[in-house]
Design a protein around this ligand. Structure first.
Ligand code: GLC
Length: 727
């Protein structure tokens, strides 16, 4: 921040009493659409620094007016909200947006969401969520950008650019909050809020990088996770919040606790009561307390007793004032009226829904459907025509009245030329009743194609909504089999907030589209893909297991000393009774699920076919500081123009700590016409090959490296090179 801004903050800080300073540290729940007398008094008395969950523009404007005109120092409030993947217009859930592998799209969706929220008076969003999503049992995987730290970091930076724009003081900009710092995605057993045990090298090589990327991208706030991190919950973890975040990374914004997380330090068992929780959290690096009021109630006595130095209080308030200054809230001139609410960007929502939908199976190229070749379509399933359920989790402000569903969009697309009939089949995604199966089968028998829209209701993912069995819920698997038994071709569209274990249904369908929760324009976006207006280009940002028991299952795993081989992976059905203990090859796999996922990270089909040839490197020997170019020849050998997401993976074959068998280092989305070929090149530096070693030093070690370029994490086009010793 420039000198003038810093001076303004310092000048204000010097005027503040201790009570006013403590007041800035409280972020409290709003009265949601009204201003209670208590809230009014607290604002007048300078006893809160912000509210969350106020989205009535008139109330927001009045709150800010009271703060500016009726409090002694006139410091406006932060007004925070979870603007996660939309506001009134809802875009695909973040896990779905990650499937687009389109950073520009993610930025545009954030920009549109932020503009809608800013018009309601919101000036701070609790996004991006940068947790590593490697356990689909965890309900919050829906909010992640998937399993790969580098891709998550790039997606998070794009979302920050979208929400904040080029000028954070713009009335349409929202301050972002990188959350949940750190390791929340490793919650034991995929159970939300469960403990995490993560060695420091794993923290530094996997969980911390997306947050460091967010700090580089200019996020002004960070939110620690609820979770217990190696015995010290993040909210009270000084190593994390001060040593790493502030001293190593130089972060100078504010750290806001998650909801009640300060008070919950005593539930964790780190502290004994609110006063100790306030002391530990404020001392560790929390600046602003969300919801619970331990700072408001105890910080004065903690300061008076000398348990917390006044300099730390000043640092906390300075961080908050800095964010307000960057938002333009401390400017002398009172704010213009709130920006006008933009028209819902339904075109963008439609584009995003299509771009995030992954084509996982397309037997005999049944897709795209050609209306002119069809007389009738049977649409079946509880999620085919539900304006709310297609929106997904964390959509407090989503407006289902804006939603256009798959059923309505299919009808719109084919018009009167094709008969489209609908049978819900199941009341909800969790229903076990099969009483409407016969009606669904009758419909399917009379149709040229059956389009099933199944999956998870939105409430089955998101915070505190974890599942131990991640198959299609209820009797949906049985519904797929029943419709398939009619012999009518089946196109299955799945809406869900997590990867599902779909091994039981894939054989029974001709085509499979995974749409996550696609948001407001789920219908038109999916219809564009189903009827070929848009060739699917999405790729999986997360590994799909065959069965729940394989989890956690991710591509960037360690090799182990006994990796599976084609010979050693034996099916449970192949083992002779009383076989010798060493009858299988003593390698790492499951007798009843093998050693591979159902669909790998990076996987996705399109309506064309791409071929990779001749992966090559510009040099086979690098010295530190050098770079090399990796190139591949790519051909669109299929019938239509399409986008291929070309992915580059690297393996550091030998390291001073073992390295993953592959790591995504770059990707390019390449549009090729049918028959077109091109050469795709990537530049890699020795820094790109670095990792944090056992001494917590970032190093690029000499030795052999493998590099693959292809369409997913199983790419087999490989080249090799070395980093020379002593270089
Ligand atoms: C929630 C979530 C956090 C959210 C906050 C405010 O419990 O953990 O992601 O931003 O509270 O709603």
């Amino acid at each position: 921040m420039n000198r003038t801004s810093e001076d303004r903050v310092e000048a204000l800080l010097r005027q503040m009493t201790v009570e006013e300073k403590i007041g800035q540290l409280s972020l409290i729940q709003s009265d949601e659409g009204r201003i209670s007398n208590d809230l009014r008094q607290r604002i007048r008395g300078g006893r809160i620094g912000g509210v969350l969950n106020e989205t009535d523009p008139e109330v927001a404007r009045e709150i800010q007016r009271i703060a500016r005109e009726e409090s002694r120092l006139g410091i406006p409030l932060l007004i925070g909200r979870d603007v996660i993947h939309g506001f009134r217009t809802v875009f695909p859930i973040p896990l779905g947006q990650a499937a687009s592998w389109d950073l520009d799209l993610v930025e545009r969706c954030a920009r549109a969401s932020g503009r809608e929220a800013a018009a309601s008076g919101v000036n701070w969003t609790f996004s991006p969520m940068l947790d590593i999503g490697r356990d689909p049992r965890w309900g919050r995987i829906a909010e992640t950008f998937g399993e790969d730290p580098w891709l998550i970091g790039e997606m998070g930076a794009a979302m920050i650019r979208g929400f904040q724009g080029d000028d954070l003081s713009s009335p349409e900009a929202l301050a972002t909050s990188a959350k949940h710092f750190v390791g929340y995605g490793a919650s034991e057993g995929g159970r939300d809020y469960a403990a995490t045990f993560i060695p420091e090298t794993e923290l530094r090589n996997v969980h911390l990088p997306p947050f460091e990327r967010a700090v580089e991208a200019g996020t002004p706030t960070v939110m620690p996770s609820f979770s217990d991190l190696n015995g010290i919950p993040a909210t009270g973890n000084e190593w994390l919040l001060t040593d790493v975040l502030r001293e190593e990374w130089g972060f100078d914004g504010l750290v806001v606790s998650d909801w009640n997380a300060v008070q919950e330090l005593s539930v964790h068992g780190l502290t004994d009561g609110d006063r100790e929780a306030a002391r530990v959290a404020s001392g560790a690096g929390i600046d602003m307390e969300m919801a619970s009021q331990t700072f408001a109630e105890h910080l004065r006595s903690i300061l008076d007793s000398g348990e917390l130095p006044l300099s730390r209080l000043d640092a906390m308030v300075r961080a908050i004032l800095r964010v307000k200054q960057r938002l333009g809230l401390l400017a002398d001139t009172s704010p213009e009226a709130l920006p006008p609410a933009p028209e819902p960007d339904l075109d963008l929502a439609r584009e995003a829904a299509a771009a995030c939908t992954v084509l996982l199976k397309n037997h005999d190229s049944i897709l795209p459907l050609a209306p002119e070749a069809l007389n009738s379509i049977a649409v079946i399933g509880p999620l085919a025509d539900d304006p709310y359920e297609q929106l997904g989790t964390w959509i407090f402000d989503g407006d289902p009245a804006l939603s256009q569903t798959p059923l309505s969009a299919i009808r719109e697309e084919v018009g009167d030329a094709v008969r489209v009939e609908y049978e819900r089949g199941l009341e909800t995604s969790r229903s076990e009743s099969r009483e409407r199966f016969e009606a669904a089968m009758v419909l399917a028998r009379g149709a040229d194609v059956a389009v099933l829209v199944l999956g998870e209701e939105s409430i089955l993912s998101g915070e505190a909504h974890c599942r131990a069995d991640i198959r299609l819920p209820g009797a949906q698997e049985a519904l797929v089999r029943a419709v398939a038994e009619t012999g009518t071709p089946v196109v299955l569209i799945v809406m869900a907030g997590r990867p599902l274990a779909l091994q039981a249904v894939v054989p029974h369908v001709d085509a499979l589209l995974f749409a996550w929760h696609p948001g407001t324009m789920a219908g038109p976006g999916l219809s564009d893909v189903v009827f070929g207006r848009v060739a699917p280009s999405a790729r999986l940002p997360v590994t799909f297991p065959r069965v729940s028991g394989q989890v956690p299952l991710y591509y960037a795993h360690r090799n182990t000393g006994r990796p599976p081989t084609p010979e050693s992976v034996v099916s449970i059905d192949e083992i002779e009774p009383r076989a010798a203990q060493t009858s299988v090859g003593n390698t790492s796999f499951y007798l009843d699920a093998g050693d591979s996922p159902l669909f790998p990270f990076g996987f996705g089909l399109t309506y064309s076919d791409f071929a990779y040839e001749n992966v090559r490197v510009s040099t086979e020997s690098l010295r530190t500081g050098d770079s090399l170019t990796v190139s591949v020849d790519l051909a669109n050998q299929g019938p239509v123009e399409a986008v291929e997401t070309v992915q580059l993976y690297v393996r550091d074959v030998v390291g001073s700590i073992t390295r993953p068998v592959r790591e995504l280092k770059a990707f390019q989305r390449v549009l090729l016409a049918s028959g077109e070929t091109t050469t795709v090149s990537f530049d890699l530096t020795t820094d790109d090959l670095s990792f944090v070693d056992r001494h917590n030093q970032r190093v690029t070690e000499p030795g052999a490296f493998h590099v693959w370029v292809g369409g997913d994490a199983t790419a087999d086009q490989m080249a090799t090179f070395r980093v020379e010793d002593g270089s």
